[in-house]
Design a protein around this ligand. Structure first.
Ligand code: NAD
Ligand code: SER
Length: 318
């Protein structure tokens, strides 16, 4: 490969793991990490400090490394965005325009931009939510993702921009921390279970949400990006399904490994956000177009999370 790939927002929950996986495939020097904040692991090799809202800086990085593919991960997530709606709109939309315009001008060839289950709203059918359905998001984050999807499809239709997207469910991984979403409880719960044996959940016990283990999400991203262009039939964003569970169900699964674990519930403003989202997702279009299939279920994810998170937390303590 004589060009390189740029990951924007590489210090975040997904970026940390995506960069690692892309580098395994393409080599370190071919995958340029970039973020407004330095990575916590202080690995600054092939890292560029970049504010995605600064078009000139972005163009300089793209030219410097002969970037032809961009994975745009910088955004404010659902809970943080509700605290600063205007800025969330500015960051989530203008970052997308800055990258899509590079592709429109043929400076780069391919774009990955994640959407979310947050594109759905209280009027959407909640169970096995289909690809095409009512979408009336009630959060600023969801509105930005829904509009972003429309712009992706528009740039594909009007300017032949090769943009690909997934509606990620809530993502759970042990290598990085989540950055201000409503589904973050499903990562926090593992940290608290291992460190303290107890967790106070900010959602009610029966709140079912679509979730996915990070290895599945990273695989889905790379599989979609490697699918021949003619097979990518959906240019807004693909539904993507992993596991659906409630806080009570994941707590029960954790108790099978840490029997003394206890959970209590103190719902806050994020409950309303969660209540507006689907409980499970139908992703048959992803399966039809690029053979997508998740591998992890609640049991296998919980076992793998605890097995891998215990040594990570031990190392951080030392
Ligand atoms: P995150 O908050 O963990 O990471 C986002 C990163 O973007 C951070 O490292 C932050 O420093 C960086 N950033 C913020 N402003 C920037 C700027 N101006 N310029 C450059 N970098 C900037 O988020 P994440 O969980 O990794 O999510 C990545 C993408 O995936 C987002 O678009 C998010 O909406 C989407 N998504 C995530 C989830 C999930 O559960 N994590 C689910 C659905 C969709
Ligand atoms: N995990 C994300 C959030 O909770 C969903 O996009 O904001």
């Amino acid at each position: 490969m004589n060009h390189s790939i740029l990951v924007v927002g590489s210090s975040g929950q997904i970026g940390t793991e995506l960069v690692e996986e892309l580098r395994k495939i393409y080599g370190n020097s071919k995958v340029i990490a970039s973020d407004i904040s330095k990575p916590s692991n202080s690995n600054l090799e092939f890292f560029e400090e970049l504010d995605i809202l600064n078009k000139e800086q972005l163009l300089n990085v793209v030219k410097k490394h002969n970037v032809k593919e961009v994975y745009l991960l910088a955004a404010l997530l659902s809970a943080t965005a509700e605290k600063n709606p205007k800025f969330a709109w500015e960051l989530n939309m203008n970052s997308l325009f800055n990258v899509l315009d590079l592709a429109k001008d043929k400076i780069i060839n391919k774009v990955f931009w994640p959407s979310s289950i947050a594109v759905f709203g209280p009027t959407t059918p909640k169970i096995e939510t289909p690809q095409l359905t009512i979408m009336e998001p009630s959060t600023v984050y969801g509105i930005s993702k829904q509009v972003g999807e429309r712009w992706c499809e528009y740039y594909f239709n009007k300017y032949n921009v090769d943009v690909r997207s997934l509606r990620y469910p809530g993502l759970i991984g042990y290598k990085s921390s989540p950055g201000g979403g409503t589904t973050d409880y499903a990562v926090d719960i593992f940290h608290h279970a291992i460190k303290r044996g107890a967790y106070e959940c900010f959602l009610q016990k029966n709140t079912a949400l679509p979730m996915m283990y990070m290895p599945d999400a990273i695989r889905a991203t790379i599989e979609l990006m490697n699918t021949p262009s003619e097979n990518v039939k959906i240019r807004s964003s693909y539904n993507l399904s992993g596991i659906s569970f409630t806080p009570e169900e994941i707590a029960e699964e954790i108790k099978k490994i840490i029997p003394s674990f206890s959970i209590s519930y103190k719902p806050d403003f994020r409950q309303q956000i969660a209540d507006s989202w689907p409980q499970s997702i139908n992703d048959s279009e992803a399966n039809r177009d690029w053979n997508w299939q998740a591998k992890y279920n609640l049991k296998t994810m919980t076992e793998d999370m605890i097995k891998n998170l215990v040594p990570v937390l031990k190392q951080n303590k030392n």
